[in-house]
Ligand binder design. Structure first.
Ligand SMILES: Cc1cc2nc3c(=O)[nH]c(=O)nc-3n(C[C@H](O)[C@H](O)[C@H](O)COP(=O)(O)OP(=O)(O)OC[C@H]3O[C@@H](n4cnc5c(N)ncnc54)[C@H](O)[C@@H]3O)c2cc1C
Length: 384
């Protein structure tokens, strides 16, 4: 068996790469360890930078996104019982769009299969050889080898591709908190996202659609979801989101809840021989800046361009610069995600001096156009 590009992982990075390559006449096979239903239901990110929407639209996979996505022009910073709007579009001329990662994954799988694309589910990659190059995987109890020109390691943080890179340098930072994420069958109590700092911890009011809310609570990183019955979640959300005026948090049935630890991580370089790492396989950001999915999209956009140039003209110029081009954007997103996280979360080890500095920083971002513009520019995403 042989293909041009063997793609490990059918998350947004792997599926979009396969689609972009197809539009440029390059063959690929996507190998995914999970089944299709699992991949299409996994609840994750939901906020798209304008650049991400532009890439999906330009590649012809944004029909449903254009119909159902919710375009946002601002966000709210809430602290000290007061809300402060950051007018993203007024400050940057750009927008963000709420459209769940699960929906992007469904759209990409549908478009690949409709075009006769080769996406193999329940095909777990066991080993990659970036020199040959080839990929060994198991499907239906059989072990097979797929030979290729190039391997794209799009297999997320816990995949097999990154560990196969010798001499890779890792940069990492942990946080003493995680996010309890809730999907609730209730119309959102807000039209724009609310990022809330409270002495009891951070909270985020996001949304999935006009009828489904997505809410998050900062919890200790080792907390147990069994300690969070639904009533406790709503009580805590109400306490943290309390604000002057008559705003109220609507509650409703909780469809899903889970706790995710937070981590910053970057692996350098993102290329080894004929293998290229993309998305969470190469880097992780805490979700406060909503950058994880957007970085996956920017990585594979660069990779698709580089591979196209190589196949069409034999030029290594972009391929050789792939890692450097991506890492520049990755580190900007890493800094912004770290900055948003430390600005908004309550660090249990922070002393009174640290709390005063944090509050001063929040006041500054809310009150200074220059500081708000810095937030807005990074949040809507720098041009690809
Ligand atoms: C629980 C959770 C919540 C998140 N919430 C947010 C959020 O609110 N906002 C935000 O911006 N980002 C969020 N993120 C981050 C965002 O979802 C990721 O950045 C995004 O999924 C990255 O896409 P990817 O394709 O690189 O990796 P993934 O989506 O992880 O896809 C990797 C794929 O590879 C497959 N795979 C792994 N190993 C193998 C193997 N050996 N063989 C074959 N296939 C394999 C996996 O099953 C998976 O389908 C969240 C992440 C997690 C884990």
């Amino acid at each position: 068996m042989r293909t041009q590009v063997a793609i490990v992982g059918a998350g947004p990075a792997g599926l979009l790469l396969s689609h972009l390559l197809h539009t440029r006449g390059i063959d690929s096979v996507v190998l995914e360890s999970r089944d299709r239903t699992y991949v299409e239901r996994r609840q994750r990110a939901g906020l798209l930078e304008q650049g991400t929407v532009d890439v999906l639209r330009a590649s012809g996979v944004a029909d449903r996104l254009d119909r159902e996505g919710l375009v946002h022009h601002g966000l709210e910073l809430r602290f000290g019982g007061t809300g402060h709007r950051i007018p993203l579009t007024d400050l940057t001329g750009r927008t963000v769009t709420v459209y769940a990662q699960t929906e992007i994954v469904k759209d990409l799988i549908a478009v690949r299969l409709a075009a006769g694309g080769d996406v193999r589910f329940e095909a777990e990659v066991l080993a990659v050889d970036s020199g040959t190059p080839s990929v060994t995987y198991r499907q239906n109890g059989e072990t097979r080898t797929l030979e290729c020109d190039v391997i794209a390691g799009c297999d997320g943080f816990h995949g097999v591709c990154r560990p196969a890179v010798p001499g890779l340098r890792a940069f990492e930072r942990g946080y003493p908190y995680g996010w309890l994420g809730v999907l609730a069958d209730v119309p959102p109590s807000t039209e724009e996202l609310i990022y809330c700092h409270h002495e009891r911890g951070f909270a985020l009011h996001s949304l999935r659609s006009p009828s489904v809310s997505r809410l998050y609570l900062q919890v200790p990183h080792d907390d147990d979801i069994a300690r969070w019955p639904d009533e406790r979640i709503w009580d805590e959300l109400r306490t943290r989101f309390a604000v002057d005026g008559d705003w109220e948090l609507r509650d409703g049935p909780i469809l899903e809840k889970s706790i995710t630890p937070m981590r910053s991580f970057v692996a350098e370089p993102m290329r080894h021989d004929r293998m290229f790492l993309a998305g969470d396989a190469a880097h992780i950001v805490p979700p406060t800046g909503a950058k994880g999915l957007n970085l996956a999209v920017s990585d594979v956009t660069v990779l698709a361009r580089a591979l196209t140039e190589w196949y069409k003209s034999g030029s290594y110029a972009l391929i050789d610069n792939y890692s450097d081009i991506c890492l520049k954007r990755v580190w900007r997103a890493e800094h912004f995600s770290y900055w948003m996280t430390t600005l908004l979360h309550t660090d249990p080890s922070q002393d009174a001096f640290g709390h005063r500095l944090q509050r001063s920083h929040l006041d500054y971002v809310a009150g200074s156009q220059a500081a708000a513009t810095m937030l807005a520019e990074n949040y809507v995403g720098l041009p690809l």
